[in-house]
Design a protein around this ligand. Sequence first.
Ligand code: NAX
Length: 329
Amino acid sequence: TRTPVNVTVTGAAGQIGYALLFRIASGHLLGADVPVNLRLLEIPQGLKAAEGVAMELDDCAFPLLRDITITDQANVAFDGANVALLVGARPRTAGMERGDLLSANGGIFGPQGKAINANAADDIKVLVVGNPANTNALIAQRNAPDVPAERFTAMTRLDHNRAVAQLAKKAGVTVEDVKKVTIWGNHSATQYPDLFHAEVSGKAAFDAVGADQEWVENFFIPKVAKRGAEIIEVRGASSAASAANAAIDHVYTWVNGTPAGDWTSMGIVSDGSYGVPEGLISSFPVTTKDGKFEIVQGLDISEFDRKRIDASVGELAEERDAVQELGLI
Ligand code: NAX
């Protein structure tokens, strides 16, 4: 039998946590033959609710779930962690400026990065879900100098999955027929969901949507980029199950690989590819294999692509400069 994998989840008592933990425990994060220990990190006010979730996890009698630890101590939560899902974050509240938001999150992701650096297992893989995800991931990464930078990633898989679904709907195909969609840049309204390099049933996706430039610019891109706000308006609460599903997809793909003839989108530390300044955590098209990822190289970047990638990456650079000024990195 395999040794259990230690999976740490922060913000475990929140709504994404509630949609996430049961799927991790049932084998969807890593595979149906991989036992897991769960380490749940919450703030003190969230500990009781986290205990309630743990009681429900017990009541599922999941064969793969070995052990659950509940704590408000980062050093305990990340002790021996192989996978860490950083979901808990400080949301933007009314009247909060960007600087306030970034410094509040720096107060969370800085110490968590240090705790990961000091306590996590050598093979630690980190996914940051809590917003602003890319910059929170950057803060954690910079506070973990002994961990290879590529182990820190930010989630744009929900945006990716949203783009796949919209494209399939428009082309009148199933989602399995849609390949090579890319989200570039920041997980924010400036992101660039790119269908120009995508394929539908093996042909150019742009042709599959009737070469309808007006639909791409005025429907597809804003639909994907602003989907989070639309969910809040219609559901009355922010995306939770779909976000949890995307977190599962992100880690599963990272560990188990992308299928041949396809790629995925992940926020990762830039190596300078496609003119994205080195060191920024930006979303790229990536393939994965044996627990490692590579940026898809050699894509033709049109002027249309360039403008949108640059706008989103520009926002990431501003966020990095702001957290640098605040002394968070
Ligand atoms: P909730 O407010 O339901 O839950 C957050 C939980 O985190 C709470 O239980 C809170 O007590 C806990 N928490 C806060 N600070 C903590 C800390 N320092 N350590 C440990 N736990 C802490 O939010 P939820 O709807 O679950 O969303 C979580 C985060 O995901 C938010 O930042 C949200 O903006 C972000 N999202 C990111 C998405 C993405 O695609 N990257 C999409 C969905 C979501 O909007």
